[in-house]
Design a protein around this ligand. Structure first.
Ligand SMILES: C[S@@+](CC[C@H](N)C(=O)[O-])C[C@H]1O[C@@H](n2cnc3c(N)ncnc32)[C@H](O)[C@@H]1O
Length: 189
């Protein structure tokens, strides 16, 4: 079992790029404790793309516990799933494909600061065609490019699963972010 890290202190109060704003909110829990929540908001569409709140912990924990060896992640976001892998001896490399240059500019220096074993490479491009450029094989592939997953996104997920399966080593792990109930509702695994 791996645990997500408290990443609140790593981020400044606020950063802005062309398409996103990245900012902190303090959540006050009923037991009196607080937590810094980092929020990545898509400003053009006014929607939260990623955060480190409990919903993201629950929906990303299967990936986190299955990650091993050479890892490929589609979608940088706030790097929430990346931080716990940086010092893990089972993880050899972490390649990340991100479509938004502003997200890369805001988040990659924060990851690089913690990447003491130099495992992380971040590539600018779209997950939908980037696999054509990749010759490397991976032990773990995690597809996480959406803020919500319904019928349209599940169809995209299937496309990406088919596209990236060929980059997986034998017995490798590939999966995509979603909520199990949507998979069941739309009959897509
Ligand atoms: C939900 S966030 C990823 C969360 C991230 N895995 C984490 O741990 O913080 C989705 C990210 O995917 C990116 N994205 C959206 N469409 C993409 C595409 N076609 N190819 C690559 N990245 C994409 C977004 O810009 C955003 O940074």
């Amino acid at each position: 079992m791996r645990n997500f890290l408290e990443i609140g202190d790593l981020f400044p109060e606020e950063m802005k790029s062309k398409n996103y704003i990245l900012y902190k909110r303090i959540i006050h829990y009923e037991d009196g404790t607080t937590k810094d929540i980092i929020i990545l908001r898509d400003t053009a569409h006014d929607k939260v793309m990623m955060s480190n709140d409990e919903a993201d912990v629950i929906t990303c924990e299967d990936f986190l516990n299955n990650a091993n060896g050479d890892v490929l992640i589609l979608g940088l976001g706030i790097g929430f799933v990346v931080f716990p892998l940086l010092e893990d001896t089972l993880i050899k490399s972490i390649d990340i494909i991100e479509i938004d240059e502003g997200v890369i500019e805001m988040v990659s220096p924060i990851i690089k600061e913690k990447d003491i074993y130099n495992k992380v490479n971040i590539f600018h491009g779209s997950a939908f065609d980037y696999y054509n450029n990749i010759e490397k094989k991976y032990d773990t592939i995690w597809i996480d490019i959406w803020e919500d997953v319904r019928e349209k996104e599940l169809k995209e997920a299937k496309l990406l699963m088919d596209g990236y399966k060929g980059l997986l080593n034998p017995n490798g792990y590939i999966d995509y972010w979603t909520l199990d109930k949507f998979r069941i509702k739309y009959g897509i695994q």
